[in-house]
Design a protein around this ligand. Structure first.
Ligand SMILES: [Zn+2]
Length: 414
């Protein structure tokens, strides 16, 4: 409740300088606390800018010494694996819940969250995402792939929730959604598209896209289907609640909750390195995410001092890599939406010189070939062999429209 009140009414920054003072103060206080409670931080440099960058591999290698709740990696992995097998995510280790983050080639991360953090997190997410006005009158429909302790915590509060599992008969779930008449609908874009195609007369007040990259073309389609001026987004992962949409429809970094350092990539693209100054059970300090974000060229009209994003582009390692040239996912998506004759698609790099294009209608093949070949030329990348196949939606899996399934080996990138 305290987190809810603070987030909803008190946290307003008049200037960037004021926000940055707040961040510095919170970071200093947070690191002092971590040095008292975490053996790893006790032995590490005291200043943020002297601490090593962290990523999933470093965090897993130092898991036992880094966390402040005395949980071992072995115990956490065992609990998480068991929860996944039984599809029951309510289990805890002495009140500490465990989550797995997805990762490529077996590199999955384990995250622990204390009960107090879970409550504060739920309060903050509710405060920052519910429409202004009467907050208790909402019926919130959630379509999620995995159980999520965050949403389970929220559900136990005063707000009415219904959870729809995307496993099993999705058509049946969508029909019961119509009967529920949600005021707020939360789902990954691929599931929202399936709901939109079912042609229900749904008019939720808000629609939130979560857990997948929201392509612009899909956003336009969904806005029309659900009668929304714009789609809201929650950029929320196991590493934290990183960004949210303002009332002008623009994504802003949650800089009142986290400090974002940047690794510049190209143009306004950057990889965020985050420090969450409220996570204590498992510290997230200078943690490098595998995500590409693009800063907006202009500040947002809403007047917020929080950094405005143009978009979340997706996983850094999903950019195609052709003859050493990176072709960013967003460029591929733009080429695809300019081609015609199909509506659903995926582009997957499956080899050093091979790209598979999956379309829901083969009528689009010639147009796609032309657009993609023009893209390779513009980017100065050698043209890969294109293979076409049939697109098959799978709501139980996270949709990545652009994916690099082939990884160059470590020597080649050095
Ligand atoms: Zn804004």
């Amino acid at each position: 409740m305290r987190a809810f009140v603070v987030a909803r009414w008190l946290r307003r920054f008049r200037s960037r300088a004021q926000l940055e003072r707040h961040q510095r103060r919170r970071v200093r206080r947070h690191l002092r606390l971590l040095r008292r409670r975490s053996p790893w931080f006790a032995a590490a440099p005291a200043r943020l800018d002297e601490l090593p960058r962290m990523d999933k591999a470093v965090m897993m290698a130092n898991f036992d010494a880094m966390n402040t709740v005395g949980v071992t990696l072995d115990d956490a992995v065992a609990l998480a694996a068991d929860a996944e097998r039984r599809r029951d995510f309510g289990g805890t280790l002495d009140g500490v819940s465990v989550g797995l983050s997805s990762g490529t080639s077996g590199h999955r991360g384990v995250f622990v969250v204390s009960a107090a953090e879970r409550d504060a997190w739920a309060g903050t997410v509710l405060a920052l995402t519910l429409p202004r006005g009467r907050i208790l009158d909402h019926r919130i429909a959630l379509f999620l792939r995995a159980g999520n302790e965050l949403y389970d915590t929220v559900r136990s509060r005063a707000v009415e929730f219904r959870y729809f599992d995307v496993h099993g008969d999705l058509g049946e779930r969508i029909r019961s959604l119509a009967a529920y008449e949600p005021t707020i609908l939360v789902a990954p874009p691929s599931v929202l598209l399936a709901i939109a195609e079912a042609g229900l007369e749904l008019r939720p007040q808000r629609v939130y896209a979560v857990a997948e990259v929201l392509e612009r073309a899909d956003a336009r389609r969904l806005e029309a289907a659900f009668g929304q001026p714009f789609l809201h987004q929650l950029y929320q992962c196991t590493e934290g609640f990183l960004a949210r949409t303002c009332d002008r429809g623009v994504l802003h970094l949650n800089e009142e909750l986290l400090l974002f350092e940047r690794e510049a990539v190209e143009g306004r693209r950057f990889v965020p390195i985050v420090t969450d100054f409220s996570r204590v059970a498992q510290p997230i300090v200078r943690y490098r995410l595998n995500d590409l974000l693009v800063e907006r060229a202009e500040p947002c009209d809403c007047g917020s001092v929080l950094t405005a994003l143009e978009r979340i582009e997706g996983r850094e390692d999903d950019a195609l890599l052709l003859g050493g040239v990176r072709v960013f996912a967003d460029l591929v998506a733009r080429a695809m939406i300019h081609a015609e004759g199909f509506s659903q698609w995926r582009v997957v790099q499956t080899g050093a010189e091979r790209v598979e294009v999956l379309l829901d209608d083969p009528a689009g093949e010639a147009g796609v070939r032309e657009r993609l070949e023009a893209l390779w030329r513009r980017q100065g990348a050698p043209a890969p062999e294109l293979r076409f196949g049939a697109y098959a939606p799978d709501p139980t899996r996270k949709l990545r429209r652009v994916e690099r399934a082939w990884k160059e080996d470590a020597d080649a990138s050095a």
